[in-house]
Structures are given as C-alpha cells and as structure tokens.
Design a binder for this molecule. Structure first.
Ligand SMILES: O=C(O)COP(=O)(O)O
Ligand SMILES: [Mg+2]
Length: 243
C-alpha cells in the first residue's frame, strides 16, 4: 500500500486544479476580440466556448479561438476569414495586456484547495506549481490568491521548450526540488497533466472538477481521482506504486 510518507513531493497544476480561472479567461478573450477587426470583434465568447480550449498554454488558446471564429465564418460565408500571422500577433499582444490587468480578479480558489495543500505540507511533502500558464501570470495569480507560500518553485509554460503533455516541466521541477519522479505526485485536472506524469514516471492524481478539454476526467488514465483536494484518497493508491 502506498503510504503518504512514500511521496516526497507534489507537483500541482494551476488552472482547473487550484484555481477556477475560466471567468478570467473569458473576460480577457472578450477584451481581446473587441480590439480585432470583424468578424473577430463580433464573436460571442462564453465559458462553454473557452473551456475546451484551455490547458495547452496561451498561444494555443488564442490561436484556437481565432480558428473557431474562422470556422464559424466559413459556415456562414463562402469566403471565410483567416487569422494570419499579423492578426495572431495582434491578438496575442492584446491578450497579454488584458491578462496582466484582469489576472485573478474573477478567478476563485476551488473548495478544498487550502485544506489539501495544508495536509500535503503537514505530511512533509515539498510542493511545486507546474502549469502551462506563463510563469509571471502564474506567480501573480498564486500571490493574489494567497497560495504562493505553499510552493517552493513555479514552472510555467514559457519556462520550458515543450509544455505539458511533454514531461519536461515535471522533470525540471523534480530536479529543482531534489526528488525522484517515482516519489513525486502530479496533481492535475487534464490529460496534459496525466500524460506528462506518465512520461516523467510520476504517479498521478486527477481532480474531477477542472477543465480537461470538456471531457469527463475518468476517461483519462491516472492512478487516482478525487472530487476535492481536501479528500485525497491516500488509502486507495495502487499498491504497485509503492514498490
Ligand atoms: O493552458 C493554460 O494556460 C492552463 O494551464 P494549466 O492547466 O497547466 O495551469
Ligand atoms: Mg489545468
């Protein structure tokens, strides 16, 4: 049986795991689209529009939304709009500018997060935040929400050559913490986190309340699932992980 003492550290994802940032994303993307020419400025963005697009970093989010507008246009007009490099660069500049301003103002720490982090700390686990969000925004958000004190290091999507689902950021965090991947738990909300953990050799726990590109979390291969970080099922880990 895997006992809590077996785990030396946890790498914790940010968006969809610690903080519900969806309303920040929606607000920022609305401001961004408003600054772009038609048809982009006329496109209505809702939570349901954005949820499947979050998790693979900022560039992917912005480009995916522009592509969504292009596809919607193609369905209406024979001559579809096409977001070119100039428009994408303009959109990204606008996105970063508005994110800096809005970051954290509409986001909410999920229930159970504080208790979960406190429990991990009480078990002597070292903690790192490993997110695809840009490092600066991630650090600011953790500080705004009073969570920064839990983490020894924060590694964002811009700190690595390849973001999650690549294992690079997780391996970098393990090295920084001085822990081995097999004794370092990845806690996340999406297939990116699970795939990165598997590739790094980390055990993985997934939360059910996050984004996961709009799919149910139990469709993703993981070692355990939980509805709350306050209820981490320490006693239900697969025995083979303790080998
Ligand atoms: O794509 C994002 O910015 C969110 O990334 P995260 O879920 O890895 O925190
Ligand atoms: Mg996430």
């Amino acid at each position: 049986m895997l006992t809590p003492s077996y785990l030396q550290a946890a790498l914790v994802d940010l968006d969809g795991t610690l903080v519900d940032t969806m309303d920040d994303f929606v607000a920022v993307l609305r401001c961004m689209l408003a600054e772009l020419p038609a048809p982009y400025c006329d496109f209505a963005v809702e939570r349901a529009t954005v949820e499947p697009l979050v998790g693979k970093g900022t560039e992917n989010l912005v480009k995916s939304l522009l592509a969504l507008v292009d596809t919607a246009q193609a369905a209406i007009h024979s001559e579809a709009a096409r977001a070119d490099g100039t428009l994408t660069a303009q959109a990204l500049e606008s996105y970063y500018r508005h994110y800096q301003r809005i970051n954290g103002s509409l986001a909410q720490v999920y229930p159970g997060v504080l208790q979960g982090l406190e429990a991990m700390r009480a078990r002597g686990m070292r903690l790192a935040c490993v997110t695809n969000k840009p490092t600066g925004f991630a650090k600011d958000l953790l500080a705004i929400k009073g969570l920064d004190g839990f983490f020894e290091i924060t590694i964002g999507g811009d700190a690595v050559a390849r973001k999650k689902p690549d294992p690079m950021a997780l391996l970098m965090a393990c090295e920084a913490l001085g822990t081995v991947p097999t004794h370092t738990l990845m806690v996340g909300d999406s297939s990116n986190d699970a795939q990165a953990a598997r590739a790094a050799g980390c055990p993985v726990l997934l939360v059910s309340y996050g984004y996961n590109h709009g799919h149910a979390i139990t469709t993703v291969d993981a070692d355990a699932y939980t509805d709350s970080l306050a209820e981490i099922p320490w006693d239900r880990w697969p025995a083979e992980l303790a080998a």
